[in-house]
Write a protein that binds this ligand. Structure first.
Ligand SMILES: [Zn+2]
Length: 397
């Protein structure tokens, strides 16, 4: 389809699905959701301040489980949100393991200092700074809260969770900054504060990530994962969840033997193949059913680890124009990754903090970009990406 200028009209009517965004960071922007052109916004929670805001957004703009099952996707006007509940690595230090504090639900000022000293790198002796950090909360309590959100919203995913080796925690608010802060923004973010020299230890981040992956497995929900300067360790941590449950990939010789056996069995017992299938898939498999590596920026080798036939979990990769750095020549690292990803495992996202026209326009840009790199015709690409989102978020195959 072409408009009068000869440009390709964008096929919004086929459905465009944002796999990862944060519109609850700018609450007033939620009002624009009903008039957006995107079909779905997968809205992430990240920290103490936004879990309930995401829940409110589903109450108002959420797709119902019945609607999700409608093959024609005839949803009620304004229904566009699918939520995700989780704790982002940038806030992982604000969580303490109550097992280490005799099941305490809050920490004394001394314990608070000790907690931050144990999870921050390098260790800080600056007690004024440590005391100025947010009151840490018990991790078990958060997991319980997330579980009840997942129960309340059957379509909800787990996210945003992950690992980040590069971020440093911000300094405390100065009184003048508090006065001048933008009231339209949801509290808890950095908002231009200076960064401290402190990072959260990988051990602590991994603990927070693993517990949430475990919850996703238990509740059988898809997961949206953040990984920055930590591609190796993100892979290792995710792979830990499916260790011992890898798909066995038979050798050529074994495959031939199997095929011959199936033939013989099929003649004598028609259900032999089905029986073999069941016995190999029995037992608990403690990994989330589907994982999306959002704004994927890893190298080709990491990608190969995830797409290996032995990986039992379905791994998706989503891309944005906001975070991913696309090359002008079209032959950079991101493009190479996109080309190497199987067509049915690729997603688009805006990763934006404000809903509305700007989000639509970012989504259009990234869809066009992926179609170009994948050499997909636009309508074909939009349909493929829509199918991919439904298989990632809703498990519809
Ligand atoms: Zn994000």
């Amino acid at each position: 389809m072409e408009d009068s200028n000869g440009a390709n009209m964008f096929p919004w009517h086929l459905g465009v699905f944002d796999a990862h965004c944060h519109p609850t960071d700018t609450l007033s922007s939620l009002q624009s959701i009903p008039t957006m052109r995107a079909k779905v916004l997968t809205v992430m929670a990240t920290r103490a301040q936004d879990q309930e805001l995401v829940a409110n957004a589903v109450d108002e703009y959420g797709i119902s489980p019945d609607e999700a099952n409608d093959a024609e996707m005839n949803w009620r006007e304004g229904h566009r949100v699918v939520p995700a509940f989780g704790w982002h690595p940038w806030f992982s230090h604000q969580m303490f393991d109550e097992v280490e504090y005799n099941g305490a639900s809050s920490l004394s000022p001394e314990q608070k200092v000790a907690h931050y000293q144990s999870v921050l790198n390098p260790r800080s002796e600056d007690e004024t700074f440590l005391r100025s950090l947010p009151e840490p909360r018990p991790f078990g309590h958060f997991l319980g809260q997330t579980r009840s959100y997942l129960e309340r919203y059957p379509l909800a995913l787990v996210g945003e969770i992950g690992l980040d080796r590069s971020f440093r925690i911000p300094e405390a608010w100065l009184p003048a900054q508090v006065e001048g802060r933008d009231e339209a923004l949801t509290p808890g973010g950095r908002e231009g504060r200076k960064l401290s020299p402190y990072r959260v230890s990988m051990d602590h981040q991994r603990k927070v990530l693993l517990a949430q992956l475990n919850l996703a497995w238990e509740m059988q929900r898809a997961v949206s994962v953040h990984g920055v300067q930590a591609h190796g360790i993100v892979y290792e941590t995710l792979a830990e969840t499916w260790k011992g449950h890898e798909r066995r990939v038979p050798s050529k010789k074994e495959r031939k033997k199997q095929e011959a056996a199936v033939k013989v069995n099929a003649e004598s017992a028609p259900n032999a193949e089905a029986a073999a299938e069941t016995s190999s898939s029995s037992g608990a498999k403690p990994y989330p059913p589907r994982i999306c590596l959002h704004s994927f920026s890893g190298p080709a080798e990491t990608l190969k680890q995830y797409t290996a036939p032995s990986v039992p979990c379905e791994i998706f990769f989503s891309f944005s124009t906001t975070i991913n750095s696309w090359s002008d020549s079209g032959d950079g690292k991101v493009e190479a990754a996109v080309r190497a990803i199987p067509d049915e495992r690729i997603l688009v996202e805006s990763d934006l903090h404000t809903a509305g026209e700007n989000m639509d326009s970012h989504l259009e840009d990234i869809v066009r970009m992926l179609c170009k790199v994948k050499s997909w015709e636009l309508e074909h690409g939009v349909k493929q990406l829509g199918k991919n989102w439904r298989s990632f978020a809703l498990g519809q195959h």
